[in-house]
Design a protein around this ligand. Structure first.
Ligand SMILES: Cc1cc2nc3c(=O)[nH]c(=O)nc-3n(C[C@H](O)[C@H](O)[C@H](O)COP(=O)(O)OP(=O)(O)OC[C@H]3O[C@@H](n4cnc5c(N)ncnc54)[C@H](O)[C@@H]3O)c2cc1C
Length: 486
């Protein structure tokens, strides 16, 4: 029987922490605290307001430094929207709304049309596209048959050929029915699922669908989630399950007028106990069934507080630095790898900014590490007056990392070559991004080992590592955690 009076500490006021609080409240828990080290909630959903001038008129607009988009498969995020009373725009955007239109460009600046057979027609292009279409169909079928069970949140059992989790399926889409759609749990045995531990490129090869990487690469690699020769297929297919991938292809995406940060600001305002800001958890001790948390407030003073349970939504690879991590925790968490994703918001020389977002697919390969892969023009009606966000990855297994300063300079040069010379950077950052484990550790049952630790020392783990580094997977991981353990 759940004890609804338990005192629970949540570390982190990002999507994972706030959704954990929301789902706790929905279950009747009232006694929780969220500690957030920054002066705002939302974590990597940070949407600063920036002044822009268009046709002589100055106005303030939201820009994105982190999360931008969602899709019909964003069920847990929809529950956050409902709770906070703040909703997405799209997939059909009206004038004055941010939109998700984009084009492809070569790194020389030339507009490319890789998926339009009639533009720059050649028989080679046509046959390539026909092959791609056939393989897309094949993959869709394989995921519904050979890999049944792949599309639930999280990775429980996959390394053993089993699956268990909340379904991501959308009733009526890609073979899903009411029974095997969100928010139902799906469960079963399917030895083929072990293939999902393979790097995505290898997974495609053994299934004879190598061409589909051309579709998946733009929304995956350019969004900082890593390269297909190293990232386990499970991560790719759980984020970009066939329904979500098709929504990307068909441009049926969502975005938020005042930015994704506002989803979490709105939720935070409605919570019984909004996050305590500018308060960093600096120590966690767990003697004799207790959880003692030390926090440092904005006055720099430290304070100790005792809790019954702890929910950690922050990077687990750093947990051992401030917590009394057990040998098992320390060992397991040391296997976590993360991406180094860099981005900046910049203005452009007069009349030379992109008027639409763009993918630079040639730069989405490890050989082009540190190069601009995508740029995002959020307010396309501002035409040449719109600042854009530009993105690059700085790491790849087996390749030396690229220094932050070099990445920044390389992106500037790339944008100039494409025809969009940067004038001024308004914001720039490197982000701890997409924590995951290697194919080897995945196949070795890393996620089942993590599951075995859930609840030990009254500690529970949530956040990006559980399923995937996007808003939906992190919020759904919190939902699942609260459903199963509280
Ligand atoms: C450039 C970029 C683009 C993205 N695009 C998308 C997208 O289009 N769609 C999508 O769905 N997702 C996208 N994401 C991913 C999404 O933003 C993240 O997956 C999501 O924010 C993860 O939520 P989280 O709560 O697990 O972690 P975070 O968002 O990282 O939040 C963790 C919070 O914990 C706080 N914290 C850390 N340590 C402590 C401590 N010791 N004490 C107290 N507080 C602490 C941090 O300050 C932070 O607020 C993008 C991210 C980036 C950076």
């Amino acid at each position: 029987m759940a004890n609804l009076d338990e005192k629970i500490c949540i570390i982190g006021g990002g999507p994972a922490g706030l959704s954990a609080a929301m789902y706790l409240e929905k279950k009747g828990y009232k006694n929780y605290v969220i500690y957030e080290k920054l002066n705002k909630v939302g974590g990597k959903c940070y949407s600063p307001l920036i002044k822009v001038k268009h046709n002589g008129v100055e106005e303030e607009k939201s820009f994105e430094t982190g999360a931008i988009m969602g899709a019909i498969t964003y069920h847990a995020v929809s529950e956050m929207e409902e709770f906070g009373g703040y909703y997405h725009k799209g997939p059909d955007f009206k004038p004055g709304e941010p939109n998700m239109r984009r084009e492809f460009r070569k790194t020389t600046g030339e507009v490319d049309h890789p998926f339009e057979p009639k533009v720059n027609f050649s028989f080679k292009k046509l046959s390539g596209l026909l092959k791609l279409k056939k393989q897309m169909k094949k993959l869709n079928k394989l995921m519904q048959t050979k890999y049944v069970g792949y599309d639930c949140y999280g990775h429980l059992g996959i390394a053993k050929g089993e699956y268990y989790g909340i379904s991501k399926g959308v009733d009526g889409y890609c073979g899903a029915t009411k029974e095997n759609s969100f928010p139902n749990y799906i469960k079963g045995t399917n030895p083929n699922l072990k293939d999902l531990a393979l790097p995505f490129a290898e997974f495609c090869k053994i299934n004879g669908v190598e061409e589909v990487q051309r579709i998946w690469i733009a929304p995956f690699t350019s969004f900082g989630y890593g390269f297909f020769d190293e990232i386990p297929a499970a991560l790719v297919m759980k984020y970009l399950d066939v329904t979500t991938a098709l929504e990307f292809v068909n441009m049926k995406l969502w975005t938020w007028q005042d930015g994704t940060q506002q989803i979490y600001e709105h939720v935070n305002k409605k919570l019984m106990h909004p996050a305590i800001l500018e308060t960093e958890v600096v120590k966690v001790e767990r003697p004799d069934g207790k959880v003692i948390v030390t926090v440092k407030g904005k006055d720099g003073k430290q304070k100790k507080e005792e809790f019954d349970k702890l929910i950690v939504t922050t990077p687990l690879d750093y947990f051992a630095k401030y917590a009394d991590a057990t040998k098992e925790e320390a060992e397991l968490f040391s296997k976590i790898i993360h991406e180094r994703y860099c981005d900046y918001i910049a203005t452009f020389e007069e009349g030379k900014s992109p008027v639409i977002s763009g993918y630079l697919v040639e730069n989405m390969v490890p050989e082009k590490l540190g190069h601009a892969m995508v740029y995002y023009n959020r307010w396309q009606y501002l035409e040449n007056d719109c600042p854009c966000t530009v993105y690059a990855l700085a790491n790849h297994t087996g390749t030396p990392d690229v220094d932050y300063d070099v990445v920044m300079k390389t992106m500037d040069e790339d944008m100039k070559k494409v025809g969009f010379p940067i004038k001024e950077k308004l914001y720039a950052q490197e982000v701890y991004y997409c924590p995951h484990v290697s194919s080897k550790d995945y196949a070795d049952g890393w996620y089942d080992k993590l599951e075995a630790l859930q609840g030990n020392k009254n500690t529970f783990y949530a956040g990006e590592i559980i399923s995937f580094g996007d808003m939906e997977d992190t919020c759904a991981a919190s939902k699942d955690l609260i459903n199963r353990f509280f």
